[in-house]
Ligand binder design. Structure first.
Ligand code: ADP
Ligand code: MG
Length: 665
């Protein structure tokens, strides 16, 4: 077999660079698909429409001007001529192009006419002589120039090296899918859009088949674990519900019923409780905890952050203080001596409910009789951490909670749980958070809105994408925003928070904010999950385009948690291309809808983080848009598992290897 270095164009240096992209062999190289394609097609000016992307050949008709707007934001403008028409072209952050833009030079501009045909905003600009029409693969292999990558790939394709087919042949035939070597050529050198579309369809199919197989295997192995029968005191739970200052919503009641049905059976509960921020999941979890304690078992509640763990602790204590239930908080803040005490109490079953962070899964912590594990914002924990906690009891029942509602198939893959309860309706009396998009250039508008809230003794969050300024982008940092706000507001009412602070510092900042001592909290997304501050009625999200929709919605969920009219300002640069995406939040308040849209736009890897087990790495398929193909692959996956032929088995084994959180022997 030929080695990579034997391919013409791959010298020593290129070989090293390829290794940085995990390309070690010819096979790897053939599978190094373009990151994207550019369809280069020139349009004519008379066919151009407002707000529609188009590529035009124009002549530079005036000396370019450069504006330095602020750090890392520049604007270049010049007059362009097409036929007889002259118009302005604007392009951001390409001031360096001005050197090569001579009068009368032919260039191709790609972008949009925004409000009229006199002003064109370009996203790309190349000299006409460097422009090539057709479907152009873009590899983006870091420091290896595109031209070199294309040459190497071309040389490799010419070798007629045959790759082994990985998907069972009869499935390919059934769906008339091209075999692997055919698509490799189409992917690297697409002849036409249809050619490329066929190849992409096959790649989507493969991804979704893998995904479906994983789900089927989880389902198959999920239903077999038993737990001890727990005899809980239902009248105690009823009494508690009646003592609540509010009535449970219909969805809360239903979720509670579903959970209790699980608790009653000897099949191990593995349920996911999904509900939008503020929908009232905590109280449902608390009911389950109360039941389990009444059956004389212990409950462990694990939260991803110290703040959230503390908050749960306070809520649980507050609700359960009359019930003679001992609740302990175990976090990194607890000093070693106290920690030993708590651990002893847990071992002696003097503590009924243990609330904490990762501290709950440390090796020297042994639960006496762990009957229920509740994991909040559970996608923030790795599979391994979840597994350790599970194994600390004798197959305890498991309740997972998530505020990012997701489609069922995805939930099964990520949470390994096919039982899902959803809380869709919000408790009565909640007002929608008035959401507005504002220009970062116009912060004065926000300052006056803040002053109005301050007069009412309300509080304000500022969320920034960064802790400190960065050279890579022009986003506002916590640091910069704090200094900015210092010029407008009294230092005494300002505070800031981010993940690099010590737990002690964070606690102090949050305590001051909780108690309404400070009024404006400037923070990174560390406040994203769970924080509940009564008087907080406004949130300003700086460079909102830096965040995903689901995340923005989650952040917004920190306000509007009671009957105060609340306001959310999504601040973006005037010219930001993401404005349209962000605008979705202005008209949508349903977390389910928003997360679907986010998944459609960005895919699960971006929404939930790529490095977690169970989060499918779809490069081609889209879990929302390709629903139909997904149902096809689901049926195929079922058949594959039933089918015992050699090829099917080999394929299934490959998937099983990735299901490391299960003992599948
Ligand atoms: P989340 O789903 O985000 O965890 P919480 O459980 O923290 O939501 O609930 C948000 C707020 O709503 C809490 O202050 C809680 O006491 C309150 N709440 C929960 N259920 C109801 C209800 N049925 N009616 C009124 N308020 C409720
Ligand atoms: Mg919560």
């Amino acid at each position: 077999m030929l080695k990579l270095t034997e391919i013409s164009g791959v010298g020593k240096i290129t070989f090293e660079k390829l290794k940085n992209h995990s390309i070690y062999s010819i096979e790897d190289l053939l599978y190094a698909f373009p990151k994207k394609y550019k369809i280069n097609k020139l349009d004519s000016l008379d066919k151009a429409k407002l707000n529609q992307e188009t590529s035009l050949t124009v002549k530079v008709n005036g000396k370019p001007k450069i504006y330095f707007i602020r750090k890392n934001l520049t604007k270049l403008t010049f007059k362009a001529l097409s036929g007889k028409k002259i118009f302005n072209v604007t392009i951001f952050n390409r001031h360096f192009l001005s050197k090569s833009l001579f009068i009368n030079q032919n260039v191709v501009i790609t972008g949009k006419f925004k409000n009229n045909f006199d002003n064109f905003t370009a996203s790309d600009l190349v000299l006409k002589k460097n422009y090539q029409e057709g479907i152009i693969p873009i590899y983006n292999l870091g420091y290896i120039p595109e031209g070199r990558v294309k040459k190497i790939i071309n040389n490799t394709l010419n070798l007629s090296y045959r790759l082994e087919e990985t998907t069972p042949k009869y499935l390919l035939e059934k769906h008339k899918l091209p075999e692997i070597n055919t698509i490799i050529t189409s992917i690297h050198k697409p002849k036409s859009k249809t050619d490329l579309a066929k190849a992409l369809y096959r790649l989507k199919y493969d991804e979704l088949l893998n995904f479906s197989l994983r789900i089927e295997l989880i389902n198959e192995y999920n239903n077999n674990t038993r737990t001890e029968l727990k005899k809980y005191n239902i009248s105690l739970v009823r009494e508690f519900i009646n003592s609540l200052p509010f009535e449970l919503t219909q969805d809360q009641k239903q979720a509670t019923n579903e959970i209790f049905k699980d608790l009653k059976s000897t099949k191990q509960m593995n349920r996911l409780l999904q509900g939008d921020v503020g929908s009232g999941k905590t109280i449902v979890a608390l009911l389950a905890a109360l039941a389990i304690v009444s059956a004389d078992y212990q409950v462990a509640i694990m939260a991803p952050t110290l703040v959230l763990a503390k908050q749960h602790f306070l809520v649980f204590k507050n609700y359960l203080h009359d019930f003679g239930i001992n609740i302990a908080l175990l976090t990194s803040e607890v000093n070693p001596k106290k920690r030993v005490e708590i651990i002893n109490e847990i071992e002696n079953q003097n503590v009924n409910i243990i609330i904490g962070t990762h501290a709950l899964i440390q090796t020297d912590l042994n639960y006496q009789k762990l009957g229920l594990v509740i994991i909040d914002e559970q996608h923030r924990f790795g599979v391994e951490q979840r597994k350790i906690l599970r194994e600390k009891g004798l197959n305890p029942d498991i309740l997972l909670m998530s505020a990012t509602p997701i489609p069922r198939s995805l939930a099964i893959s990520i949470f390994e749980s096919s039982d899902i309860s959803q809380i869709k309706e919000k408790p009565a009396g909640r007002q929608t958070v008035k959401t507005e998009i504002v220009n970062l250039e116009n912060l004065n508008y926000i300052y006056s809105a803040i002053n109005k809230e301050l007069e009412k003794n309300h509080q304000i969050y500022f969320i920034c994408p960064l802790i400190n300024e960065s050279d890579n982008n022009n986003y506002y940092s916590v640091n910069e925003t704090y200094n900015l706000l210092l010029q407008h507001f009294d230092e005494k009412i300002l505070s800031y928070l981010h993940g690099k602070m010590t737990d002690e510092e964070k606690t102090k900042v949050l305590d001051d904010f909780y108690s309404n001592k400070t009024k404006i909290l400037i923070s990174t997304t560390v406040i994203e999950v769970g924080i509940d501050v009564e008087k907080a009625s406004m949130m300003v999200i700086m460079n909102a385009n830096a965040f995903g929709l689901a995340q923005l919605h989650q952040l917004r969920g920190r306000i509007g948690r009671n009957n105060l009219q609340s306001y959310c300002y999504l601040a973006v640069d005037e010219e930001n291309e993401q404005k349209e995406r962000i605008n979705i939040l202005k008209n949508h308040y349903d977390g389910f809808e928003i997360s679907e849209m986010d998944l459609k736009l960005r895919g699960p890897g971006e929404v939930f983080g790529k490095n977690q087990a169970g989060i499918p790495n779809f490069n081609y398929a889209n879990i929302i848009e390709d629903k139909q193909l997904l149902s096809i692959t689901k049926a195929d996956a079922k058949a594959l598992i039933r089918n015992n032929d050699y090829q099917a088995k080999k394929f299934t084994e490959k998937i099983i290897k990735t299901l490391d959180s299960y003992n599948l022997d």
